[in-house]
Design a protein around this ligand. Structure first.
Ligand code: G3P
Ligand code: MG
Length: 346
């Protein structure tokens, strides 16, 4: 996994990538096994070494720094932004392509995602609430709440050509967001343009480009059954768009299990090793991904050449039958995952 020229000595022979929802947290609650598992990796293990780990989540909606502060308080160990990847972190690598071009950023609450987008380098980011504030007739079934009103940025969307749409995090108002995505596509990016033909299809290169950051149909919160994730929103949008136009709209998908996100995670883990152990020689570490969702954690880790450890504390429920993708090993929880992997590497 690591670049041969960069060697490490004294580093332990393994590392971990942890999913968050359903592995470390359930909604706002810390899963009991999580703190003990992290204590082992922080040094309380037979190797008497810090075992490098990163957090790799399809969650999002706030800055990496803000989320890491919250995770540090919840888990009781310092989670550094350099060991943390959330669904939209990878968008840092594309922001410069859209630096000054108007883009729509979707998901999260009241403009929080706009702030994240601007920190990434998107200087001209708008939300669907901005569009509704510009013209309430865009979606007459929602009136901006006072806090939403405070979050909007003024713009004239009859003269703002939207170049791309980024679904950073899970949309809160699917109807409003699907309506505005379809408006932006069918108007060729200028939402307020008067349609020239019914169901206008933008001629020339597809615009706006459409990006999703998390393909999860389901995720485990603190409700008994898994909840719909951003992948369900994408399915809903594509169903509406296809009924309008006869075809699905091409889009770019990031997040687990995409190769782009796991390649990005490999670089973050490589950097984490360098931060902890510098450039000294040891054999290539073995990476264990601990996840609760076979569709994002198991299939993604297996394809990345990592070992996948599937826990029973999240989306995966053995009572529903075997997992859709076979993990390296199935465990009760994240503590069993960590102890099993360490014993295997001793
Ligand atoms: O929105 C978060 C959800 O899709 C899953 O998060 O941490 O299980 O990848 P996670
Ligand atoms: Mg999960």
């Amino acid at each position: 996994m690591f670049n041969q020229e960069i060697d490490y000595v004294d580093a332990p022979p393994l590392a971990f990538a942890f999913d968050i929802d359903g592995v470390l947290l359930r909604g706002p609650h810390v899963i009991p096994a999580a703190r003990r598992a992290l204590a082992i990796l922080e040094g309380d293990n037979p190797m008497r070494k810090k075992i490098p780990y990163i957090l790799l989540t399809n969650g999002g909606g706030s800055s990496e720094e803000a989320r890491c502060q919250k995770l540090t308080a919840q888990l009781g160990f310092n989670i550094h932004p350099l060991q943390f990847i959330q669904s939209h972190t990878i968008l840092k690598t594309v922001a410069q392509d859209y630096a000054d071009r108007p883009v729509l950023v979707l998901g999260g609450r009241n403009g929080e995602v706009r702030k994240v987008a601007e920190e990434y380098g998107f200087k001209n980011a708008y939300t669907t609430l901005d569009v509704l504030a510009w013209n309430p007739a865009v979606w007459p079934f929602h009136t901006l709440t006072p806090s939403e009103q405070q979050s909007v940025k003024s713009a004239d969307f009859s003269r703002t050509p939207i170049a791309a749409i980024f679904v950073f995090h899970d949309p809160r108002n699917w109807a409003l967001d699907i309506q505005i995505i379809c408006d932006a596509i069918q108007s060729g990016g200028i939402i307020g343009a008067t349609p020239t033909v019914q169901h206008v299809r933008p001629s020339g290169p597809r615009r706006p480009e459409l990006f999703f950051c998390n393909g999860d149909m389901l995720w485990k919160s603190d409700f008994q059954r898994p909840r719909f994730g951003q992948g369900a929103f994408r399915v809903a949008f594509q169903a509406v768009y296809e009924s309008l136009t006869g075809s699905k709209y091409p889009c770019v998908q990031y997040g687990k299990p995409t190769e782009a996100t796991y390649m990005f995670a490999k670089q973050v883990l490589r950097d984490r090793f360098r931060d902890l152990y510098g450039r000294v020689s040891v054999k290539e570490p073995h990476v264990y991904m601990v996840g609760d969702n076979p569709e994002s954690d198991v299939i993604g880790a297996n394809a990345a050449g990592w070992s996948s450890l599937l826990v029973r504390t999240g989306v995966y429920d053995p009572r529903q039958g075997p997992p859709a993708h076979v993990p390296t090993h199935e465990v009760e929880d994240v503590l069993e995952a960590v102890t099993w992997a360490i014993e295997r590497e001793m």
